[in-house]
Design a protein around this ligand. Sequence first.
Ligand code: NI
Length: 254
Amino acid sequence: MNNIYLIDTHAHIDMSQDVNETIINAQNNGVKKIIIPSVEEEFFEKIIQIAEANENIFCQLGLYPSEALKWSDSIANKIKLLAKSKKVVAIGEIGLDYYWDKTYVEEQKKMFKDQIILANELNLPIVVHDREAHKDSIDIVKEYNKTSEVVFHCFSGSVEMMRECVKNNWYIALGGVVTFKNAKKMKEVAQEVPLEKLLLETDSPYLTPVPYRGKENQPAYIKYVAEEIANLRNQSVEDIIKITTENAERVFRI
Ligand code: NI
């Protein structure tokens, strides 16, 4: 593993107990680049600060579905302004979460559409959070996205849904859940997804992979995701890392 390195395309390292230690651990475990998604407006500045202080750290701006009631033109304008930083490489994580709440479906949809249009305007990829909202997520991206690259982060759909995403030229990002013994559907997706459409992520500090379940997750653990996918596909871990890293660099232009 001399010349190859990993990229964690989705890690909330701003939420780590010790951000600096998390970054150093990542570097010591072959993770060269990290992309921090945003969730709430309150975190925007902190995330950009972390990215600006570290050559190989980048970020996404956007509001998470559970923030739907806070969405406003002024937040959209703030994203536009902050996105001038070269460190902002995507709009995310944005989408629909019907597991969280079904009361505000319309508000969630409105915010999702607005942020897709914003991403198109800013010429940035979108990173989709879809939890128990597969059909609506696909329909909205199809209808409103014209020009942005699309990543389904923490993909939780079926093989059929993965195929539909790939047909639309979208990317599938898989994380620690693929290492869970009972994650049958996701293991199937990992076996079937075309490698040129696959991205790796941790979604840390959540969803810690085996063998560290129960501990705080961190980008350093992304190698367990790569190893599990390599085993499932009967391919070398070097190939999985090399190609997913190229994919990430292409999609996010990093
Ligand atoms: Ni996330």
